[in-house]
Design a protein around this ligand. Sequence first.
Ligand code: KET
Length: 398
Amino acid sequence: MFEHVTPYAGDPILGLMDKFANDDRTDIKVNLGVGVYYTEDGKLPVLECVKAAEKQIASPPKARGYLPMDGLPGYRKACQNLLFGRDSDVLKAGRVATIATLGGSGALKVGAEFIHDWFPKATCYVSDPTWGNHIGIFEGSGVEVKKYPYYDAKTIGVKFDELCEFFKNLNENDVVLLHPCCHNPTGVDLTNEQWDTVLEIVKDKKLIPFMDIAYQGFGDDMEGDAYAIRRAVEMGLTVFVSNSFSKNLSLYGERVGGLSVVCPSKEEAEVVQGQLKFIVRRIYSSPASHGNHVVDIVMNNDELFTQWIGEVYEMRDRIRDMRQKLQDTLSAKLPERDFSYFTKQRGMFSFTGLTAEQVVRLREEFAVYMVENGRMCIAGLNNKNVDYVANAIAQVLK
Ligand code: KET
């Protein structure tokens, strides 16, 4: 019956997690593959603000009824405040449709379905390179996906002029998938001035900006990382935003994300909200309850919110520290090479320029795991393994 079913090649990021788990070199192995933050002790943290929220949920235990299709109102408000700012005019005007989703991936999926349903001729343009699943999710919803020029390996920067020229040649209502901060996989972001220019083109050419923000707080800070989103809104653009709390609340497995669509009017926002609910209903009916409650409690309590911000910045600062340490150690070992990109790139990832062969050598000879495109998750480094990793990299670069 299943003879015609072809095998799944496996996912280049999540497949690594299995490989890593099955690697019995437990004393030395280092996981720099998946975009997950580990503490200095190499552990996945449970944030203090989350522990406090879970205490509230546990006593007395909360009943587990179905959530609304679009999630808890307090959760949706939390997404909106964080993305657009508490005092945002579009929020006051009720112009934003927001739903809770199953992670940032779920937000992208619901957004892709919406684009497919209501903009059937749209092509979705993603940065070259981008998070691989951007392509998978949009194509999986029947949307054609193409790439726009982005990363420049020569300058370890953005091919900015090429990108602008490219956008100028797109068609009305084409979707451009943008990373507002902490670009995955390169760690190379646009400056605010560059965002201004790009968004002018987006406006001029009537493109649909779809902003995927999975690392808010890990670049500059909560507000600074939302610059592109807020600027687009200020300019009166209609914009899709998918956000994830997986990383900044360390709630990966709870599948907490959101999809927001900024609309021209309150009336349109209500219609869009309805269609998003309809899409959710047809895929998984309603979101998961626990994560919705945790986010609702943390984000709508001033004390826990402040505590959360502090905890995010602690993670951000530790990653920055590790960038510096890795750069310093490698520069000392191979002084003829320039490793300054480690501290120039932002967020969880560095695009190392290591070839697939070198990445395989790191894994096979040193049990250091990275994605084969050369992406390293800096958040997996700590003071105990950074020398070992630097040494391994130096060996494969020699
Ligand atoms: N967008 C981006 C840019 C992103 O890096 C991820 C996850 C997601 C969305 C999905 O978020 P979630 O809330 O987990 O559904 N990226 C990491 C994990 C993964 O590949 O699934 C990663 O790149 O390692």
